[in-house]
Write a protein that binds this ligand. Structure first.
Ligand SMILES: Nc1ncnc2c1ncn2[C@@H]1O[C@H](COS(=O)(=O)NC(=O)[C@@H](N)CS)[C@@H](O)[C@H]1O
Ligand SMILES: [Zn+2]
Length: 413
């Protein structure tokens, strides 16, 4: 499916230190070491209730990675999916008496609009699970042929599962213990209690057709549809290869989604690890409650935009907190973003300002340190205060600051 419109990223003189990012698998902040082309797979939305501020915060975090890698001279091959077929989507369509295909199209279109407004650099490939079904089915058939996957002996619905023992490394990405994995599997779409599975954690690869459910032909597998995790493994493997620099998403994807995605990918490719960094963002809540579809306490980017909020304010307000911190969207957070943009606009409107060299290097250093946006934004505050109180004599400075904020933070003043 179409990706969203590109946003131009201005070139900035000089270069900063290598990007160091937290990796869930090793639990450490480590340097990323992409080649000439950095490869990044960030899980996309399940298209309903799009785009709430939790979604936005997650995609903004990986947008900064994209911008930093470009600033470090890499090309970035960024791929993202849309889970446009899955239980939760069917349930929402049912609830709203909506056609699930129309719901997915409408919400995906809104998501693209919001990403464009936030000036998130678009993925090179933006792929729907439905359009990827043929390639997913092909990989599932390979897993069955290799013996890594098996059919459950349920005469009515002989669904296909992946044997988690097939790589001998299941659990390396999340490092969760069995009890935690079982709990998250239950909570997040797994079926650990289904009788007949070799291991309760074995993830579903192919769900045979049930009455009244959408299903697709597959000569190898029989009519049905893919499981959730294998869609991302297939879309990522087929476009980015067997080893990628970064697999990203929110912390709720640590398990089972990214663990099982790694299992599928590594079982197929024989290479380990699938991603050199598994990086996860904290949860955005609303006044202390996690912002989530089930709670219905969602704040939408489109609603804020329609009420006249500048997307730069949304971006800066969300970047005010560290990406890995669970945090809330509050009126105060919104107000801080508002004030910042106003003050920075005033400062770059001056015809001269304090030398910007230090600020540019501070921005690069702070962002390269596991995306320390609080530190980066504080450095901009300091420059703006200096410019607005003691003035400055460098006529280039305001322009340099404007370019740096756009290139590195995606903020266009
Ligand atoms: N409250 C939140 N705060 C931060 N990130 C969130 C929040 N809610 C969802 N996300 C992230 O937003 C992205 C899309 O979430 S989603 O719409 O539920 N979709 C999915 O998780 C799947 N389609 C991934 S393949 C995921 O990375 C998810 O972790
Ligand atoms: Zn995914």
């Amino acid at each position: 499916m179409d990706t969203w419109a590109p946003t131009d990223v201005p070139a900035l003189d000089g270069s900063g230190p290598p990007l160091r990012l937290h990796d869930t698998a090793t639990g450490r902040i480590r340097p990323t070491a992409p080649g000439a082309v950095a490869t990044m797979y960030v899980c996309g939305i399940t298209p309903y209730d799009a785009t709430h501020l939790g979604h936005a915060a997650t995609y903004l975090a990986f947008d900064l990675v994209n911008r930093l890698w470009r600033d470090l001279g890499h090309e970035v091959h960024y791929v993202q999916n849309v889970t446009d077929i899955d239980e939760p989507l069917l349930e929402r369509a049912e609830r709203d008496q909506d056609d699930w295909v129309v719901l997915a199209l409408r919400e995906t279109a809104l998501f693209r609009e919001d990403m464009e407004a936030l000036r998130v650099i678009p993925p090179r490939q933006f792929v729907g699970a439905v359009e990827a079904i043929p390639e997913i089915a092909e990989l599932v058939a390979k897993l069955v042929a290799s013996g890594a996957a098996y059919r459950i002996d349920d005469p009515e619905y002989p669904d296909v599962y992946h044997d988690v023992s097939s790589t001998g490394r299941f659990g390396y990405e999340s490092n969760y213990d069995q009890e935690t994995m079982l709990r998250f599997s239950r909570e997040r779409g797994g079926d650990p209690d289904r009788p007949g599975k070799r291991n309760p954690l074995d993830p579903l690869l192919w769900r045979m057709e049930r009455p009244g459910e959408p299903a697709w032909e597959s000569t190898d597998l029989g009519r049905g549809r893919p499981g959730w995790h294998v869609e991302c493994a297939a879309i990522g493997l087929n476009r980015l290869g067997p080893q990628i620099d970064l697999n990203g998403g929110g912390s709720d994807l640590i398990f089972p989604h990214h663990e099982c995605g790694a299992l599928h990918a590594e079982s197929l490719s024989g290479e380990h690890p699938f991603a050199r960094h598994y990086t996860h963002t904290g949860m955005i809540g609303l006044d202390g409650e996690k912002m989530s579809k089930s709670k219905g306490n969602l704040v939408f980017v489109s609603k804020l935009r329609n009420s006249g909020v500048d997307p730069n304010v949304i971006r800066v307000a969300l970047l005010g907190g560290h990406y890995r911190t669970d945090r809330s969207w509050t009126d105060e957070v919104h107000a801080v973003g508002d004030k910042r943009i106003a003050r920075w606009r005033e400062a770059v409107a001056l015809d001269a300002g304090p030398d910007a060299t230090e600020l540019v290097s501070a921005l690069r250093t702070r962002l390269a340190d596991d995306l320390d946006t609080p530190g980066a934004l504080a450095a901009v505050d300091a420059w703006a205060d200096e410019a607005l109180t003691r003035r400055g004599t460098d006529p280039q400075a305001p322009g340099t600051v404007r370019t740096a904020l756009d290139a590195l933070l995606g903020v266009r003043l």
